[in-house]
Design a protein around this ligand. Structure first.
Ligand code: NAD
Length: 495
């Protein structure tokens, strides 16, 4: 649907929400313009028009945020865990009470269909609840030294002020996955959301302020001057931790930049997920899972299935069933209730997806459906299936980040595992099979941080999300997630 066709009532609702959403920086409990007055524009990827203008943080704003986070650290660390937990719970309830508004905001600035945005709100809010529950269970240990002359006490304390850099693809959840455990552990935070999607994080900051999170504990700096702003924060000796979600290339640079400060690091980086379909798989279930693993966020997820590795006995059936489902998808602006596929984030992303498809087809891959950009406003790309993709095609080694499913055939389990592991990335793998022995073997042999067996989604606040190899290190979610924000101290006590 073009913007002209968007119903008037919907436009009024959107305009009202955008007018109420904060558009300034949040530093030391105050909303303010950038110190040098710069702004950045937030675009609607479905139309290419400007949705809002937002203050664009400068290096001076970064210094101020660092001062605030540092000042607030000690009293936040000493705030009783139950109080920190109650604030997180209140934030969880407030986000859910405004779920429709958050979903609309996410859909507007990021482009995903409203239903998926609602899913992100539930998922994202869940990290606030989960870590409210974990905050009061941070514990240590008491033991005797072997010679009996002292007591060995271990305790866990907040790491200290944390810098969080988040991507545009899940504007709420990528923030709460970090803020939930950090606040629960007693760390203060500076959040730098992606410049494409700052509105959702600003709306979350307003919720945190409203429920009573003390000033300076959370600071939010939207900026398109990421390198300079990050340089100031990372170079500040008071910073103790950096948590980054984004591309492997930027992650590697940030690891290098953090070396002097010897920062604690969490790196949630890129992926190249294999989706294995064995000959004994229930094909209907596999196609259902494939649609989720591929089409969530229009393929713009680090967990997106990037390579479909299918046993050659079922590859043709799987390919045509998947193509049928892909063809039935409805493309349009995410805020239209019937839409199942929104636009890509920008033109650069769309050009890259088109190039990867062209390179594969020019080398013999066959298009079963889609394969082209969609004319008109916005950055739409048709849902696509390509079969018979040559093993060395770029589309199999690079993150596609678009609604394109390349299918590669395999002959036996060893070949499937070798193909799946044949990537520098190691975030998530999916496998469909009915054989329990194979489930065990495959789960153990896949070199990935997460494996989805007979399911196309693994993300939940209750499980440790994270990768190995070039997909990074550190875990978000589960009881493990809070450890990223805790430092271990040992006290030896003579008796
Ligand atoms: P990106 O690396 O370009 O940007 C991520 C964030 O880093 C943004 O906020 C950006 O402004 C900031 N940034 C960019 N250059 C920087 C610099 N020099 N210094 C400091 N900050 C800088 O990634 P993206 O395009 O926004 O996101 C897509 C990528 O994120 C994909 O590779 C995807 O796989 C990955 N991702 C990973 C996970 C995960 O949990 N593993 C989750 C979502 C996305």
């Amino acid at each position: 649907m073009s913007p002209l066709q968007t119903p008037h009532a919907t436009r009024v609702l959107e305009d009202d929400l955008l007018a109420r959403t904060p558009s300034r920086l949040y530093v030391d409990g105050r909303w303010r313009e950038a110190s040098d007055g710069m702004i950045l524009q937030v675009e609607d990827p479905a139309t290419g028009t400007t949705l809002a203008t937002v203050a664009n943080a400068s290096v001076q704003d970064a210094r101020d945020a660092m001062d605030a986070a540092s000042r607030a650290q000690s009293s936040w660390a000493k705030t009783p865990a139950r109080t920190r937990a109650d604030l997180l719970l209140a934030a969880h309830q407030t986000v859910l009470a405004r779920a429709e508004e958050f979903a609309l905001l996410i859909s507007l600035e990021m482009g995903k269909p409203l239903d998926q945005a609602r899913g992100e709100v539930t998922y994202g809010a869940d990290f606030l609840r989960w870590y409210a529950e974990e905050a009061v269970r941070i514990s240590g240990r008491w033991s005797d030294s072997p010679d009996g002359r002292s007591r060995l006490i271990t305790m866990k304390q907040p790491v200290g002020p944390t810098f969080m850099i988040t991507p545009w693809n899940f504007p709420l959840a990528m923030g709460t996955r970090k803020l939930g455990p950090a606040l629960a552990a007693g760390c203060t935070a500076i959040v730098k959301p992606a410049p494409q999607t700052p509105l959702t994080m600003l709306a979350l900051a307003a919720v945190l302020e409203e429920v009573g999170v003390p000033r300076g504990v959370v600071n939010v700096l939207p900026t398109d001057r990421a390198e300079n702003v990050a340089g100031v924060v990372i170079g500040d000796p008071r910073l103790r931790k950096l948590s980054f979600t984004g591309s492997t290339r930027v992650g590697q640079q940030l690891v290098r930049d953090s070396a002097d400060g010897l920062l604690r690091l969490s790196m949630e980086l890129g992926g190249n997920a294999p989706f294995l379909v064995f000959a004994d798989a229930d094909l209907d279930r596999a196609v259902e899972g494939a649609m989720i693993a591929k089409m969530r966020n229009m393929g713009q997820a680090c967990t997106a299935a990037n390579r479909f590795l299918v046993h050659h006995d079922v590859a043709s059936d799987f390919g045509s069933m998947l193509a049928e489902r892909m063809t039935a998808e409805r493309m349009g602006r995410g805020t239209d209730p019937d839409v199942t596929v929104g636009p890509l984030v920008d033109e650069r992303a769309r050009i890259k997806v088109g190039e990867l498809v062209r390179e594969a087809t020019s080398r013999g891959a066959r298009l079963t459906t889609g394969g082209h950009a969609v004319a008109g406003p916005g950055y739409f790309f048709a849902p696509t299936v390509v079969q018979g993709v040559p093993a060395d095609a770029r589309i199999l080694s690079e993150e596609i980040f678009g609604p394109v499913a390349p299918i590669v055939e395999f002959g036996d389990d060893d070949q499937a595992i070798a193909l799946a592991n044949g990537t520098p990335y190691g975030l998530v793998a999916y496998a469909y099979t009915a054989d329990v022995d194979r489930v065990v073997r495959v789960s153990e042999d896949l070199e990935f941080g997460m494996v989805g067996v007979n399911q196309g989604i693994v993300s939940t606040a209750a499980a440790p999300f994270g990768g190995v190899k070039q997909s990074g290190f550190g875990r978000e979610g589960g009881p493990e997630g809070i450890e990223e924000y805790l430092a271990l101290k040992y006290v030896g006590l003579a008796v």
